[in-house]
Design a protein around this ligand. Structure first.
Ligand code: ADP
Ligand code: MG
Length: 583
């Protein structure tokens, strides 16, 4: 039965006359059939959050219940796409001028015409379970799309298509289960607000390597882990997210640009398609899905965008891939939630956010994880969320609720950003709760002494902060030489190691092996200098060995030239070792 609009308040519409309305089901609103979701049921009325521009909508227009929850289409063609928050292909809903024109136009998320080359990977007669791989499609130059049995289906393969070209709607297999037959297509659907199931969650014992020294060395995030990047405007949140999207060793990247200024999103939309994957040289978009919701797009679609993003990520996780989701910024998402909650006249909680903000934030990050997927293989979804607290003060609700559930905290710092120390990750108050779990991986795969080197370097930086307080009181000259030495080494660690220029061709990425060599040589210089001081060699004499400029150049040294440069510095270290009290 058709319903009727009886009230409109911005993007929230009240509808009467729907038969058995159900929470979270999609309703097509008005003559234009705008997409909306039931978010509240009051007596006989359904309150609907509309994902499109409602201007021009009138009371009395019709409303049709789809009887289905807000879902995304899953299948080949996702990678390389740019969608809005409810998975509509952006190139099809934006005018040439970049304005949003799409009210009510029905567009499929996945192309219905395009043919994909399908290769069967299972035989007829085989019994298959949900999530099991039955075929493969080469989706892009980087991604083999595993065709898996949909999660709610199983049975004996009655028929499977021969190798050949098929659209997402062609039947590629027929299953029989209890005499019932089910047709399998390349495309399935999944409700975005429901996490896709896995067999079991696994411990996060493998790092997501990012090529960013401050992250991989000091505050690593695990594959399948969660990280928060809070920081004031201009502190470098977006640059970090872009760096991770470009350089992290995930197989698939889902980038959710959420409510940020239009021009920032335009930058992604224009630069990403031109970027190359550093390892393969293939276009970066061959492993990337972009979801864009700029501040000028409808607020409800922004609220949905992070769920759309994580659902697409889970889908690729379920093929056995490591997927990383970047959400920039979750604060804009939370503001959308607040706005919608206000329109629903719900009781506001802290700072006007709904009382369920914390639960929603928690539910989102809980969908991350490294897991044994239904097929028995391992897949992972990592979530990295930027948070933009007003004024940079993280005591506000979105930051607090995020920090409660995420296990890595990269605290971006306005004063570091002002001093052009980038990435402006404050090494004194950032943390990673994965460090201990990942140490074994680093020991085994990089170097036995990695954890010690990291701890020693961190201790030097902490000591620097303490010494700086003393300097405030007594002045630099009054410091003992050993403290002066520590300040010196700490400066190297900050300027030549933690700082990393995202826009320098070489410095933008450092392999973990390069990171290890750099960190090790800095600490070797430190040890040699300290030993010389202990032999009573004057600090001026120790420092007359010109090692620092060479260390400073390591950042800008190509991976394949690092060994040679390190050898030169090792010679200098020998010089330092030879210094003595006499002339
Ligand atoms: N790693 C970096 N290397 C060089 N410059 C950086 C780096 N991170 C940030 N910046 C500079 O800071 C500016 C603001 O960063 P941005 O990520 O847009 O901040 P936010 O998203 O926190 O508002 C950038 O335009 C860039 O000039
Ligand atoms: Mg930003």
């Amino acid at each position: 039965m058709e319903g009727k609009i009886i009230g409109i308040s911005g993007s929230v519409v009240t509808v009467s006359g729907l038969e058995d309305p159900m929470m979270n089901n999609i309703v097509f609103i008005g003559e234009k059939e705008l997409v909306g979701e039931i978010v509240k049921i009051e007596g006989r009325n359904a309150i609907i959050q509309v994902y499109e521009d409602t201007s021009g909508l009138k009371v009395g227009e019709k409303a049709v219940d789809s009887k289905e929850p807000l879902s995304v289409e899953l299948g080949p063609g996702l990678i390389g796409s740019i969608f809005d928050g409810i998975q509509r292909p952006l190139d099809k809903i934006l005018s040439k001028e970049g304005t949003f024109i799409s009210s009510g136009i029905k567009i499929n998320s996945l192309d219905r015409e395009k043919k994909w080359h399908f290769k069967p990977k299972a035989e007829e007669g085989k019994a298959v379970e949900p999530g099991e791989e039955i075929g493969e499609v080469k989706e892009t130059s980087l991604i083999k799309h595993k065709v898996i049995v949909p999660i709610n289906k199983k049975g004996i393969i009655k028929k499977i298509a021969e190798e050949g070209d098929y659209t997402v709607e062609d039947t590629i297999a027929v299953l029989e289960d209890d005499k019932k037959t089910e047709e399998i297509k390349l495309m399935t659907k999944w409700p975005v607000r429901t996490a896709r199931p896995v067999k079991e969650k696994l411990s996060p014992t493998v790092p997501l390597l990012t090529g960013q020294r401050a992250i991989d060395t000091m505050f690593p995030v695990a594959m399948g882990g969660t990280a928060a990047v809070p920081g004031p405007f201009g502190s470098g949140k977006t640059v970090i997210q872009h760096q991770l999207a470009k350089w992290s060793d995930a197989d698939v990247i889902v980038y959710v640009g959420c409510g940020e200024r239009g021009n920032e999103m335009t930058e992604i939309l224009t630069t990403f398609p031109e970027l190359k994957d550093p390892k393969s040289g293939k276009p970066l978009m061959d492993r990337t899905i972009l979801i864009a919701n700029t501040s000028n797009m409808p607020v409800a679609a922004r609220e949905a965008s992070i769920y759309t993003g994580i659902t697409l990520a889970e889908y690729y996780r379920d093929m056995g891939y490591s997927v990383a989701v970047m959400a920039d910024s979750t604060s804009r998402w939370a503001e959308a939630l607040r706005e919608l909650s206000g329109r629903l006249e719900e009781m506001p909680g802290e700072e006007g956010y709904p009382a369920y903000l914390g639960r929603r934030v928690g539910e989102f990050y809980e969908r991350a994880g490294r897991a044994r997927i239904l097929s028995g293989k391992i897949g992972a979804a990592t979530i990295i969320g930027a948070v933009s607290p007003p004024g940079g003060d993280i005591s506000e609700p979105v930051s607090q609720n995020t920090l409660r559930v995420t296990r890595v905290f990269w605290a971006l710092d306005a004063s570091l950003a002002n001093a052009r120390h980038f990435p402006s990750i404050n090494w004194l108050n950032s943390y990673s709760l994965y460090t201990d779990e990942l140490d074994q991986w680093y020991r085994k795969n990089i170097a036995e002494d990695w954890p010690e080197l990291r701890d020693k370097s961190m201790a030097t930086l902490q000591k620097e902060a303490e010494i700086n307080e003393i300097v405030q009181l007594v002045g630099y000259d009054a410091l003992p030489e050993s403290d002066k030495l520590i300040l010196d080494v700490a400066r190297m660690l900050r300027e030549d190691y933690l700082q990393q220029n995202a826009f320098d061709e070489i410095d933008t990425y450092a392999s973990v092996s390069k990171q290890y060599r750099m960190l090790k040589i800095i600490n070797q210089v430190f040890d040699a200098e300290k030993a010389a001081l202990e032999r009573n060699v004057p600090i001026e004499k120790i420092q007359s060995v010109q090692v620092k400029p060479k260390i400073a150049r390591l950042r800008y040294t190509k991976e394949e030239e690092i060994d040679a440069k390190i050898k030169e510095i090792e010679k200098d270290i020998e010089e330092i070792k030879k210094t003595n009290v006499e002339k």
